[in-house]
Design a protein around this ligand. Sequence first.
Ligand SMILES: C[S@@+](CC[C@H](N)C(=O)[O-])C[C@H]1O[C@@H](n2cnc3c(N)ncnc32)[C@H](O)[C@@H]1O
Length: 273
Amino acid sequence: MNQVSILNELETNQEIKACCAAVYESDWARLLLGNSFHPGGLALTERLGLLAGLGPDHRVLDVAAGTGASALYLAERFGCQMVGIDFGQESIAAANASAAEAGLANRVQFQLGDAERLPFEDGAFDAVTNECAFCTFPDKRTAAAEMARVLRPGGRLGLSDLTRPGPLPTELDGLLAWIACIADAQPLEQTTGYLEMAGLAIEQTEAHDEALRRTVADIRGKLLGAELLVKLKKIDLPGADFDQAKAIARSAAQAVREGKLGYALLVAQRSTS
Ligand SMILES: C[S@@+](CC[C@H](N)C(=O)[O-])C[C@H]1O[C@@H](n2cnc3c(N)ncnc32)[C@H](O)[C@@H]1O
């Protein structure tokens, strides 16, 4: 690859991240997903925390924390200290406001950051969590290496994400599908491969396809409701392309039904040496 195409690729990657962050900061995301932007909601976040062995003396990094619901939940449930990073400035502001509102600002802080360039020292965290976002990182190898780097020896990564065992229908291949974590969903072995390459040992994987099926069904219902509200002029969603969004949601529901799209949770450990 020559220098110009490397630069073009870097620019495109930054645009993808910025676009993804903007979508998850939009009224659309709040309307369709609420506060917790991943299948399984906070119940699956709790499962991730249990399997990753989070505890009161732990300092934990949530990579791609969104508006902070998971980090706040983990801090309350496991008593740990949380730092969240996200690419979206507005998400970070909303997350810090929620931490203050919950009286947790002394134990939970959020800051702007890129998963592919984490602004922390080597070994700074006892655990790292990453929910429903690995699929959206353009450079997965670097993101995996970064999450491993900031873990202390023996520290654990808890990750959940969309998976796909084989090829996806072409209508699930555009930018919107990328941002919805679908277009670049990897086979589970590919994700574990990135993590192993980064020096992490996979301890456990679990399939949670049913959680994804419920989320997609829920989004389809809410899309119909939102379209009706826009038609009735009860709400305003500028630039909303309901036909495209409904087509992606319909196709995603079919892919989940046919086993072409799933959701998985995994825990991996950095070696103790
Ligand atoms: C599907 S949401 C998941 C948010 C949160 N983890 C949750 O489960 O509620 C994906 C998030 O990834 C963030 N994101 C995308 N690319 C990123 C990057 N390179 N670095 C940090 N955050 C990123 C987006 O801004 C968005 O908040």
